[in-house]
Design a protein around this ligand. Structure first.
Ligand SMILES: O=c1[nH]cnc2c1ncn2[C@H]1C[C@H](O)[C@@H](CO)O1
Length: 369
């Protein structure tokens, strides 16, 4: 599956893009659903959607001019009622996700989601205005695992998952960490904290306790921080929540001392160029993007899609932006993917296997990044 010489075709059309093998660490399962699947389950379950064609639905869900993070987060409410609470839908979304990523040329992906936002039972409040049903957050994780594992078998790539706590729901977080423990290395590799980071000045006690428990039990940790929020959110993620990676993290640039400290520590930043434009996280002029500074400083970062359904994108969109506006070279794309492999939350042996695949595919000697 892995082709020897990969890069020359990167910016041509999609089938050739597969020749460049990539890793993706920051993508939301509920932001990466096929519109056809939303329509199918909406119709099957008699759930009203804003439109009944793919293009009509996309007009409501996806967009291409910057909004705020809060406005972006509101998009999920348009379609999640069609998927949440349905066993077949949850499993199918996970399965199709793996196929989608395999077609993009991704060989390893860590996909994240909130089990509570897909459930309709044993979750308080029940999300998306659903009636109470019998799908618990625990069973959601089981179903997503099945979908991901079936996808791995059929599409021949590796897919692992990260369970999200949600900033506005600190009462869900203790169960999130328990689910991480229960399904540790059965697809689930880490915990995340997602949602609107501007909600509160300080991270809620519920999240803190969950992260403490995660650290105690050897569960890997990433946190959305400094996407739209100030560097203090990143500081807190690192010092209090013991984050090993930072989701986005662009606003670290506003605190040069913290930035230097995290560069020295080799902290990994999961950057998402197109997302950062559409959520209003960064200046819309890509030539002023913090990723350019990351590149200059040879920081530890990766390139990711975040929510490709809503941003109407694939990983190719983000790579094209990096090449066109940020002067990315072949060497930098390789480095970014090696960074992603090294920062992945896989057990050491599997991580090394993947790294070796990359070195081989990129024509590099092992341990040279
Ligand atoms: O870019 C993001 N920042 C913060 N939260 C996000 C972003 N993209 C998606 N989410 C939220 C909405 C999803 O429902 C949730 C779990 O995937 O995570």
């Amino acid at each position: 599956m892995i082709k020897g010489n990969l890069y020359c075709c990167l910016f041509l059309n999609e089938p050739q893009l597969q020749n460049f093998i990539m890793k993706e660490l920051h993508v939301h399962l509920d932001g990466a659903i096929k519109p056809e699947t939303i329509l199918y389950f909406g119709k099957k379950r008699g759930i009203q959607l804003p439109a009944n064609t793919v293009s009509g639905l996309l007009q409501h869900i996806s967009y291409n001019k910057p909004l705020t993070l809060t406005q972006f987060l509101d998009k999920f409410a348009h379609y999640m009622p069609a998927i949440a609470g349905d066993r077949d839908a949850v499993r199918r979304v996970a399965y199709e996700f793996v196929g989608m990523k395999a077609r993009e040329g991704i060989i390893y992906v860590e996909v994240r989601y909130s089990p509570h936002l897909l459930a309709n039972c044993k979750v308080d409040p029940i999300p998306w205005g659903q009636k109470e049903g019998d799908l618990t957050p625990d069973e959601v994780v089981h179903l997503v695992n099945q979908g991901l594992q079936d996808g791995e078998r059929d599409f021949h790539i590796k897919a692992r998952s990260i369970l999200c706590c949600m900033r506005h729901m600190p009462n869900w977080s203790s169960e999130v960490v328990e689910l991480c423990k229960k399904y540790h290395n059965n697809s689930v590799v880490a915990i995340d904290l997602a949602g609107d980071e501007l909600l509160k000045a300080e991270t809620d006690q519920g999240h803190r306790k969950a992260y403490e428990e995660a650290e105690r039990c050897g569960i890997h940790r990433t946190v959305h921080a400094g996407e739209v929020g100030p560097p203090s959110v990143i500081k807190e993620a690192v010092s209090l929540l013991k984050a090993e990676r930072i989701g986005h993290g662009y606003h670290v640039m506003n605190d040069p001392v913290l930035y230097k400290e995290l560069l020295d520590k080799r902290m990994h930043f999961e950057t998402c160029p197109w997302s950062s434009n559409l959520t209003g996280a960064c200046d819309p002029d890509f030539k002023k993007h913090p990723i350019i500074q990351f590149r200059k400083d040879q920081a530890n970062y990766s390139l990711n899609t975040d929510d490709p359904l809503i941003f109407n994108s694939t990983i190719d969109t983000d790579y094209k932006i990096a090449k066109k506006y940020m002067n990315f070279t072949e060497e930098e794309f390789k480095r970014v993917n090696i960074n992603a492999a090294q920062a992945s939350f896989l057990p050491e042996r599997e991580k090394n296997e993947l790294l070796n695949k990359l070195y081989e595919a990129y024509g590099m000697a092992p341990n040279k990044s």
